[in-house]
Design a protein around this ligand. Structure first.
Ligand SMILES: [Zn+2]
Length: 149
């Protein structure tokens, strides 16, 4: 088991089995990580069910992040309730998608090389992005960003 320092009672009581917090740290300054505990536990369960390692392309994003700053209001990455998981092939995509649906993830974005999952507090939203989608439109199926169409 990987250990990490995160002072939430939830994760102290039930540490993550498969991830350490560095994997969710914002890739851009100020390199913060403010992930939601319930989301991480659900992600840990998803990882356990899929039974292959996850590479997290993107976890927490600050409001200054190059994607977040174009959004009209904070996105799910900024709320700490989203990750983008790299997907190597259809087998992995299929498993992640199936188990994410079963576990009740409410935002699922399917892209050629990754899948976005989140626990937004709305009706379930599933979208398909493509390789050429601009950064600004990524993760925004509802037209809330400047470039969304
Ligand atoms: Zn995402």
């Amino acid at each position: 088991m990987v250990s990490f320092a995160l002072s939430t009672p939830v994760l102290e009581a039930q540490p993550l089995e498969f991830f350490n917090m560095a994997e969710f740290t914002d890739r851009e300054p100020p390199y913060e990580v403010k992930m939601d505990s319930a989301f991480l536990l659900k992600l840990d369960e998803l990882r356990r069910l899929c039974d292959f390692s996850f590479h997290i392309n993107s976890g927490y994003r600050s409001p200054k992040h190059s994607v977040e700053k174009y959004k009209a209001k904070p996105g799910t990455h900024n709320k700490g309730i989203a990750v983008d998981i790299a997907v190597a092939n259809d087998y992995q995509m299929n498993l992640i998608l199936r188990h994410a649906l079963a576990l009740g993830f409410t935002g699922i974005g399917i892209y050629p090389r990754h899948i976005h999952i989140d626990t937004r507090e709305t009706k379930r939203v599933i979208w398909v992005g493509n390789f050429y989608t601009s950064n600004q439109a990524r993760d925004s199926p509802n037209g809330k960003t400047k470039n969304a169409n």
